[in-house]
Design a protein around this ligand. Structure first.
Ligand SMILES: *[C@@H]1O[C@H](CO)[C@@H](O)[C@H](O)[C@H]1NC(C)=O
Ligand SMILES: *[C@@H]1O[C@H](CO)[C@@H](O)[C@H](O)[C@H]1NC(C)=O
Ligand SMILES: *[C@@H]1O[C@H](CO)[C@@H](O)[C@H](O)[C@H]1NC(C)=O
Ligand SMILES: *[C@@H]1O[C@H](CO)[C@@H](O)[C@H](O)[C@H]1NC(C)=O
Length: 412
């Protein structure tokens, strides 16, 4: 054999090895996220089963696992049901056994209904990425998830067949993808404000690039992710808010209510607006209305469920949305501040009516502040599960981009 042919054979062998290596261990994985205009839920698409079908799932930030309806219009020749005691059962935190098949408790992220069903494992495919564009498809052969009855889909967006849980468990989508791809247990979520262009969830340790070539990893600030003392909240993501400022002035609140022992501040994809304990809600809306009045913004009648609404004609516009009082969540110290401007604070609640997107959560709820999706949109949130650390960007509008500016155009 000539040296030349040898060379060709050897290099094609090396090439195929390196591309096999690449698909074995992608640097990062990518999911598109769309906003459902009707429910305001955030949806993603994951291909599963044999033959592969794209399934639409509701994104659930604190959800314990991926679950899907496997009774209605379901077929897969590759699905397996692990026997009680198998490794997949403990991975899935199984708490039951039926006909020697283990099971666990899928939860509807919107209604919070919980049921019991089989643990299953099956094929899942997901697109790889370098952080700036989509790459080749990555296949996981024995991804562990839960079955759920069709009744658990109640109140989910009409095309959704389940939920993609990204919570702090070993079986969540974020943990399993990291384990199967041998990358850091870290993911970033960037929810779109637009209902027509997708945002992203990126799993793995890469720079997140948005058009026009903006690296969102460069301007992340970091705060610890706190663990709620109640086991039923242990998969959820909490942060420590020390103080709330409006136009730079601290709002008079009993801040010891916000320690994690007293409930803490949770991030959720389960509701569109931020829900606050009555005493906090009253103090925050009163301070906001005061500052708005000083800016010559006219208050108008409330539009339920909101309590602080304004005449849009008296509100100026800006690059960061309506020009309204700025809300700062001061985290572990005065230098770590999550800033909420008009694009994330105000909701269009009627013709010429803008309302502060915060709602009253009652006198004594278990969690005093739950930050909703409207406040999370167009922000990069990086969740590091290994070090329990949240990186947050504040609004990408301040950087001349949005979550909908990821380049989904594939080179392939
Ligand atoms: C059944 O599933 C297939 C594949 O996902 C889909 O194309 C089809 O519309 C579904 N049929 C019904 C009745 O939901
Ligand atoms: C503040 O809240 C804490 C925790 O609920 C409570 O123990 C304390 O009495 C409150 N302080 C005031 C001044 O109301
Ligand atoms: C509000 O209106 C008053 C009276 O027209 C004016 O003097 C003041 O400068 C305005 N304030 C702001 C912040 O625009
Ligand atoms: C998006 O990515 C594709 C493929 O890599 C590239 O051809 C295209 O120029 C990119 N779009 C922009 C606006 O940069």
């Amino acid at each position: 054999m000539s040296n030349f042919i040898h060379f060709i054979l050897l290099s094609s062998l090396l090439l195929s090895l390196s591309s096999a290596q690449q698909s074995l261990h992608p640097r990062a994985l990518l999911l598109p996220v769309s906003k459902d205009p009707k429910t305001q839920q955030f949806l993603t698409k994951i291909s599963q089963r044999t033959p592969l079908v794209p399934t639409t799932l509701v994104v659930s930030l604190g959800g314990r696992q991926l679950w899907a309806d496997c009774y209605n219009n379901f077929s897969s020749s590759s699905i397996r049901r692990p026997k009680c005691g198998a490794a997949q059962c403990s991975l899935a935190d199984s708490d039951g056994c039926r006909n020697n098949i283990c099971g666990a408790d899928p939860e509807n992220p919107v209604t919070r209904t919980i049921t019991y069903d089989d643990v299953v494992s099956d094929i899942v495919t997901i697109i790889s990425t370098d952080g700036s564009r989509p790459g080749p498809v990555f296949t996981i052969r024995d991804f562990v998830s839960l079955c759920a009855p069709s009744s658990l889909l109640e109140e989910l967006a009409s095309n959704a067949v389940g939920s993609a849980g990204l919570g702090r468990t070993r079986v969540s989508l974020s943990s399993q993808l990291a384990a199967r791809s041998s990358f850091k247990r870290q993911f970033a979520m960037c929810l779109p404000s637009s209902t027509t262009a997708n945002g992203v969830i990126i799993f793995g340790d890469v720079s997140y690039k948005f058009l026009p070539n903006i690296d969102a990893t460069k301007f992340l600030k970091f705060t610890p992710i706190l663990t709620h003392p109640s086991p039923d909240k242990s998969a959820e993501y909490f942060i420590g808010v020390k103080k709330i400022k409006i136009n730079g002035k601290a709002v008079p609140i009993n801040y010891s209510l916000l320690t994690i022992q007293n409930g803490g501040t949770q991030l959720t994809t389960g509701n569109p607006n931020t829900v606050m304990r009555t005493s906090i809600y009253n103090a925050v809306t009163a301070a906001f209305i005061n500052e708005a009045t000083a800016m010559n913004i006219t208050r108008v009648a409330s539009v339920a469920p909101f309590g602080a609404c304004f005449d849009e004609k008296t509100v100026a516009g800006s690059r960061l949305g309506a020009k309204v009082p700025v809300i700062d969540l001061v985290l572990q110290n005065e230098n770590v501040v999550w800033t909420i401007t008009g694009s994330n604070s105000m909701v269009q609640a009627g013709t010429n009516v803008l309302c502060l997107g915060f709602v009253d959560g009652g006198k004594d709820p278990r969690i005093p502040i739950i930050i909703g999706t409207h406040q999370l949109e167009d922000n990069v949130l990086q969740f590091d599960l290994a070090t329990s650390r949240l990186g947050f960007s504040n609004t990408l509008l301040a950087r001349q981009t949005t979550c909908s500016n990821f380049n989904f155009t594939s080179t392939a």
